[in-house]
Write a protein that binds this ligand. Structure first.
Ligand code: GLC
Length: 425
């Protein structure tokens, strides 16, 4: 029932975008200059951890000998990838044609004019999971095509919980108790996520804040709402964890991969991470293969909130071959590559129908949990200055977790510093 309603909302959103696009036409100075351009293109992406993109592009290249696509991989961290892309885009570089950009950057790239609006008619938008389309729009127009989605999940050691006769936690109190009391008995750290100051920490912090009913910014960045009891309660969960020792101190320097390795090496009872971990921790070189599972993130009194992650494909507004770039995006977002995104890339596809495909559900038993998490996931704040918003959140939350600032002071500082960014707009 819920699924049907949600799908309906997605179609409505698509219709709104379509209307906006048709009504406004192509804005001056954007893709017009290179209209009709065909030829070789470059796809730039953050690190392809599962190496599935090379064969996907090889298939494209076989059928497009005059429009070959070359893959360029940038560093695996979200922030470093953004920094490298922005340096080129600011100087008008046409080195990259198709940009695989984190969902959180779409507004900033669109507002800066670095990516061109795309024609919604050219892409399969009607089978998208409902929340993802919104991440690709800015100012009512479609600037990118959703490609991969993502939602945080709670990984847990099923062997340990079963031995203890415990169920996976559904609330923070249950998680805390197990992390505090059970984990040490097995020589395990309690709970970790991505707590180094970078985009991953912004994602983790936004999740605890939203789970506790707080928020940071609303109205596309115009209004700051950080100084609230919900925001403070969310931060307190992370801060208490480090102070009380059930969040290991070393996790303050972990990104996705370091935290995955800790879990996979059998050093953690609980881990918050993205779905790609499911396949890797189940692999032959994992010490916890067959001994873990995942559930939706817990919150203060029941299920928590995940942020919506993932990436969108956009065309560089200086691309010399925008027509080929758009065709490549249609190929990558089409049914057959979307299936490979899951089966070979271990990443969550954006197409809704794949989540109920019986064969895929059999091979990827976490798909129903993932679908539930994505459907309930909330976007990070949309802002044309998202990069600055995120830097503030990372710095403040990291200081609080390291014990340098109380949760109350952290919330006041967030309100002050986010307020300064909002006022500059
Ligand atoms: C994942 C998510 C992305 C997020 C990043 C943070 O790649 O898909 O949206 O920003 O992690 O590290």
């Amino acid at each position: 029932m819920r699924w049907t309603h949600a799908a309906g909302r997605g179609l409505l959103a698509a219709a709104v975008v379509l209307a906006g696009y048709v009504g406004l036409g192509t804005p001056s100075g954007e893709s017009v200059a290179h209209a009709g351009g065909r030829g070789p293109v470059t796809l730039v992406t953050a690190g392809d951890l599962t190496d599935y993109l090379d064969p996907v592009l090889a298939d494209w290249n076989r059928s497009h000998p005059d429009e070959k696509a070359t893959l360029v991989e940038l560093p695996e961290s979200a922030d470093e990838t953004r920094a490298q892309l922005v340096t080129g885009l600011r100087s008008g570089s046409d080195r990259f044609d198709v940009l695989n950009i984190d969902v959180t950057w779409t507004s900033e790239f669109a507002a800066a004019g670095w990516i061109s609006p795309v024609d919604p008619d050219r892409f399969p938008l009607d089978d998208l999971l409902p929340p993802v389309l919104d991440t690709a729009t800015f100012g009512g127009r479609l600037y990118a095509v959703p490609y991969v989605t993502n939602a945080g999940m709670l990984y847990y050691r099923s062997d340990v919980l079963e031995a203890e006769g415990e169920r996976p936690p559904r609330t923070w109190a249950e998680l805390e108790r197990l992390a505090k009391e059970v984990a040490p008995e097995y020589g395990l750290g309690g709970y970790a996520g991505q707590f180094l100051p970078y985009e991953g920490l912004t994602a983790n912090a936004t999740e605890v804040v939203r789970s506790a009913g707080g928020s940071l910014l609303v109205d596309e960045g115009a209004k700051v709402t950080a100084d609230s009891s919900g925001t403070e309660e969310g931060l307190r969960f992370l801060v208490d964890g480090v102070r009380e020792g059930w969040i290991p101190k070393e996790s303050l320097s972990w990104k996705e991969e370091e935290s995955r390795e800790a879990f996979q090496d059998g050093r953690l009872l609980f881990l918050r991470n993205w779905p790609y971990v499911y396949a890797m921790a189940g692999g032959a070189d994992s010490k916890v293969a067959g001994r873990f599972d995942a559930v939706p993130l817990p919150g203060p009194d029941g299920p928590g909130v995940s942020v919506l992650g993932g990436s969108n494909l956009a065309v560089n507004s200086n691309s010399r071959h925008p027509e080929t770039a758009a065709d490549l995006i249609a190929y990558l977002t089409g049914e057959s590559v979307q299936r490979r995104v899951l089966t070979e890339g271990s990443l969550p596809p954006v197409r809704a129908s794949l989540y109920s495909d019986p064969e895929l559900v059999r091979d990827f038993p976490y798909l129903p949990t993932l679908r539930e998490s994505v459907l309930a996931a909330e976007p990070r704040p949309k802002s044309p200055r998202y990069d600055q918003v995120s830097l503030v959140v990372q710095a403040v939350v990291h200081d609080a977790m390291a014990g340098r600032q109380s949760p109350r002071r952290a919330v006041e500082r967030l309100a002050r510093e986010l307020g300064a960014i909002a006022r500059e707009d």
